[in-house]
Design a protein around this ligand. Sequence first.
Ligand SMILES: O=C(O)Cc1cc(O)ccc1O
Ligand SMILES: [Fe+2]
Length: 443
Amino acid sequence: MTIANALAYMPGFGNDFETESLPGALPQGQNSPQRCAYGLYAEQLSGSPFTAPRGANERSWLYRIRPSVRHTGDFRPHDRPLWKTAPHVEPGVLSLGQRRWDPAPWPEEPTDFLSGMRTMTTTGDAATQVGMATHVYMLSADMVDDYFFNADAELMIVPQEGSLMIFTELGCIELSPLEIAILPRGMIFQVARAEGTERARGYVCENYGAKFTLPERGPIGANCLANPRDFKTPVAAFEDKETPCRIHVKWCGGFYVTDVGQSPLDVVAWHGNFAPYKYDLRTFSPVGAIGFDHPDPSIFTVLTAPSGEAGTANIDFVIFPPRWMVAEHSFRPPWYHRNIMSEFMGLIAGRYDAKEEGFVPGGISLHNMMMPHGPDASAFEKASTVELKPVKLSDTMAFMFETRFPQMLTGYAAGLTTLQPGYVRCWDGLERRFDGTPEGRWE
Ligand SMILES: O=C(O)Cc1cc(O)ccc1O
Ligand SMILES: [Fe+2]
């Protein structure tokens, strides 16, 4: 990539930003001058209906070398058989149950961010803007003359291995494991490997519904959890490239490609609040049990994508970061539970406290709607008998895409050789301890 600007970010969540990569490129005092500086075209990108209430109204004004109508031609269908969109129910695949996967095998052929995308689960309906899909990406090649936009969804990218350089219409984001990026619906971008990365792997959540936003903090007050200033939006950067390029589109579950004669990443200046951003998970300030018991994992919500119903998210993005465990006279790991929401989990680094083994970095677990789960037998044994000193849980970063809807497995997910056939055996050791005495039986 040739990028006509430095890699720099502006802090804040949902701010109204302004940035220009050439002096005077951004009009002042108005959006649409009769003639824009540098011969640029003004274009509005709307991320909400024009009439959305102020707090939910998102749009940006882009000042670009060509209007984006010149960045599309005829769309040709393009096959991407491993990237699925809801509604998608694979015949013969059972989605009910508890599942766990080791990291998926790397593709034999080189793949880029688009060809390396493999869908694990889908739910809802992209066309009615409800639900989501989960994917893993595995890439060993850069997008060079290929660009992409996703009309179906906002994208959350959660790297697990390798660093990415994401060049969007509004600027560049360098993204490494323990960071996440959000790319707004419809925004054109390109993904390459950052310097020093040969291959990269991670998780993606496609959010078909309302955009991710910060959860309310309630009685926690004005600070902690994810703080707004730790969200970073890139400054304007543009690519002035007049050679044949392709723009790929995902639209209502279909994939299409169109040829253009130049780079669509030609935005020299922009202002507004519909913009990509990244967030470093290490800046999340967890608030937890400093007395006793184990709170609901919603205390670790980084971002939530609301549905129309209060407190019932289309998606909650929750992390399990390093933290002190100090609860007294308590079983400290997650309790056994059944959840009306469904839980897709990934492990970015280290170990997860509810599972002694078998859940490894790059792996996935799925505990679908109302499916019972909790600590494996050895984690139960250990947590039930350990001396309850303050303990630092370090070297750990798991996350959860939790949705109000059941998640449907794809044929790819169900057929992976890395699907662990004996996962449910991890609870086999949870024997009867009831023997009629208040102490129970602990050998
Ligand atoms: O199932 C899981 O491991 C995720 C989870 C963690 C927790 O601390 C409480 C509930 C929950 O679903
Ligand atoms: Fe759970």
